[in-house]
Design a protein around this ligand. Sequence first.
Ligand code: GCU
Length: 606
Amino acid sequence: MKYVIFIWCLFLLFFWESKASNNEGLAPLIQNTDGRRIQMLDGHWKYMVDMYENGYYNYRKLPRIDGYFMDQKIQSPSDLLEYNFDDEQTLRVPGDWNTQDDKLFYYEGNIWYRRKFDVDKSANMRYFVYFGAVNYETHVYFNRVKLGVHEGGFTPFNFEVTDQVLKSGNSLILKVDNRRRPEGVPTDNTDWYNYGGITRSVKLIEVPETFIRDYHLVLDPSNCKLINGYVQLDGTQKQQNVHVVIPELKVDKVLRTDASGRADFSLSTKPQLWSPESPKLYRIIIRSESDEVQDQIGFRTIKAEGKKLILNGQEIFARGISIHEEAPFRSGRAWSEADAKVLIGLAKELNCNFVRLAHYPHNEAMVKEAERQGLLVWSEIPVYWTINWDNAATLANARNQLAEMIHRDKNRANIIIWSISNETPVSATRNLFLRTLIHDVKQLDSTRLVAMAMEVHSVDANTKTIGDPLADELDVLSFNQYVGWYDGLPDKCDRLNWTFTQNKPVFISEVGAGALQGLHGDANQRWTEEFQENLYIHNINMMKRMKGLAGVTPWILMDFRSPRRPLPGIQDGFNRKGLVSDQLIKKKAFFILQNWYNEIQSLNKK
Ligand code: GCU
């Protein structure tokens, strides 16, 4: 009884306190910024390293009123001013700072960025500054006005600047702090490089006074002749006629938004369904009385039925690979369409139909390129390893990142799984924390599956299972297993059996081994390509014996940087579990996996 009361108190604490995030001043997110009138603010930004946060705090560690955000200039020779953006060096935006300057490679701290720009400002128009992502905590100032704060390095945020924007000489200043923190999301220990900076594009968005801020179109999960959705206007003219037009389907639905600017709708039409084999996208036009936005959207249904993964009514096996947002060849945070084409192109070469974008929401170019090339996606928030489960602000932060991830990509047909965490240790506070996130996914988007990468439990020496108490509350049974690498040697797979009590699709979200490309030797010699190849062979044979296996995303497509991987001459700061090196040279295991996927595909074709 005492225990139940304790749990309830914790639960209440969570719900009441979970509004305590560090985010401030954010405007509701604008959907599909690529479909808007935008001025790109990418390019070379002035920057200042500020190890002591001197631009923010005075010598008494009290916030300054005359900080670097004032972008002040010397007015007379006797003026005392100890900073000057004009004379500073620049950093490229988008781009992490670590790989742009050797002096910044290991830097974790604060950097101030400044961008000056003019605007062909029009009356009766509204202006927003939109950030694709900035790692990690960002304080934003515009023309000396503090707009607000955003926490989280992998999701978009925007602020309205209509009242501040000038025709010329606009000064946009960011204080970017990428210091890791135990209470953060992620926490201060990860197996990827903590690249800092403005890592994705920055845009100035121009919209009419009342504009189409958000919309969602999705095929009804139980009726593929019905598209459901909503349109949300933002502005004073909330009640308007809005057209939802799909020219190719001869759809032109007229809606009337209500007093809150929202209209829900259902369209009876029969779209060709999006699938990996035919990634069909439709041009969509949403037109209100004062605004218009266009998008490319696909339609499909996804569900878990017993142990089967069902896409468009058909059972599917997810032939996948895990990918980090590491730039091919040059390393650093990937961000561009070119980066996406290379990484997604490689996954296609592996004959994948699925990618796990780990462990945080990747850039939009990545998700859209996968959608264009017919790759299903698992998208995840960085609730990774040992988060501060009983910290209300940490929960609020995780919930916000989840909401931002789902908001940005809800119209992407290829995303079928929202993942709320990776390898988290079971505890009462952890369970509550993750239950809140599962609940949020169901609230925000009930048309996709919710999952997390769980850890394996041993029943006995030769039997493994999933004993996670949250497994029953998820849609797929996904877990990371490293039999043959962290757990024994590859031949251990031959003796292992897997048993699952949950009647759900089984999904191996990680499996793999390290190998230095070009290092050859005996199959039992770690770090050789032969060891990795042998491990894949044994694991694939084991997976073939696994009942209910519906998908796998081996760890990982390409070697990636991690401060946890120092082994000289082998790792040199890279996790070497890639099937290709950081220079994209294929290792032997690449072909083992590719062969298996070809085999599965030809079996399914029969
Ligand atoms: C973990 C983790 C990954 C990590 C991998 C590894 O399972 O989820 O982020 O990189 O194992 O150890 O290589």
